[in-house]
Design a protein around this ligand. Sequence first.
Ligand code: NDP
Ligand code: HSE
Length: 430
Amino acid sequence: MDRVIRIGLLGCGTVGAGVVTILDREADDLAARTGARLQVTRVAVRDTTIDRGLPLPAEVFTDDPMAVVEADDVDLVVEVIGGRDLAGTLVRRALELGKPVVTANKELIAHEGPELAEAARAGGVDLAYEAAVAGAIPIIKPLKESLAGDRVTRVVGILNGTTNYILTRMTEEGAAYADVLSEAQALGFAEADPTSDVGGHDAASKAAIIASLAFDTTVHAADVFREGIEQVSATDIEVASRLGYVIKLLGIASEIDDEVAVRVHPTFLPKAHPLAGVRESFNAVYVEAEAAGELMFYGRGAGGMPTGSAIVGDVIDVARNLLQQAPGPFPSSHRRKRLRPIEDLQTQYYVLLDVEDEPGVLAEVARTFGDHTVSIAQVWQEGSGDTAQLVLITHRAREGDLRTCVDALEASSAVRKVTSVLRVESEVWE
Ligand code: NDP
Ligand code: HSE
């Protein structure tokens, strides 16, 4: 085979090494599928002195990523450096030069996706980012292409492997949060700055990308309501389990009355729901569409080889398009939906209170909920002596009302502390 597509790889860490390994291991098959050999000609890293144990000659490595983008012997750029500023500059330059880009960078796409898509369109080349959402799981193409003939109404996903790993270990083994986070970092799931994972920023970026594609609109990461798992306690996990739930960090994107709502937060999820069985660092995305009904996509959402698989899939697509000199379909954002504020969310809530263990306390707590039009579905008291814990599950309520109710509970003399407030996703699947 004479034709060669020359790849410039920006970054050769966890994911970059996975890409190089797959390109080498499957070289002949990939060439046959693509119609050209895929050859890594340049690699940008910070430290060129490290022996990375990869099948690449030492001379391909450089610490100058812009030189890789601009090199004459680079036809296609794979960006796995991560972060926004440098990666954004490099991706924009590649597109300006008419070089297609494959990236795993959800942060960049969630913040600058529409602008970069426009740059790709202007350059007449592809910008592909299947690996940016849920690692190995094909979800970008299904939303952009396979479901283009349908109307997606709701997408619910476990979109972050690190937090799913932490919550699984805390739930199943009672492991301590900090210990499990260190393990996730050692296993290569966590971002360079793991607050991006545990704070829900990483999942929010992925939810923004999903919502943009699912609803043909533009949702930026900053538009996504976000809460992380830092405040989820062993007590919350234990109470959830006793009541028939697991706690998962969910990304939820839905279209309601011509508005789009996108949120990421730890959630009580019934144990019977298919997403509740998604354990360890696995991800899953549950899609509801008008004609197709319910679909579920499941797999490894992080790690070098799984993410490398999605990247190499994109590389083949983009390389084929390069050979045909015609880019693939660009995402559509023609519907320009309004964003629904979080205060207008209607869902159920779990509220955990430390209260005085005295006559009249339960009545006062119940009155406070009633005064704010939040109806209580279930209540339990635990503990005795000076203080007790009250566990409450509400009926569906408006988030704005629940928040003013929580403010009033915090000010109430009957309540020592509002310990936890988490959203409950239940009736939708019952
Ligand atoms: P790593 O930190 O493991 O790798 C980053 C690579 O970029 C390293 O090789 C590093 O060089 C290189 N690099 C960083 N800054 C520079 C610079 N200024 N100049 C040249 N090279 C530089 O990150 P990951 O591989 O984990 O992640 C890469 C991207 O993939 C991120 O956008 C991440 O969000 C995304 N992603 C990651 C997943 C995962 O499971 N890890 C899954 C899905 C997406 P050096 O090696 O010398 O330090
Ligand atoms: N840090 C991310 C996660 C990597 O834990 O899911 C995949 O995007």
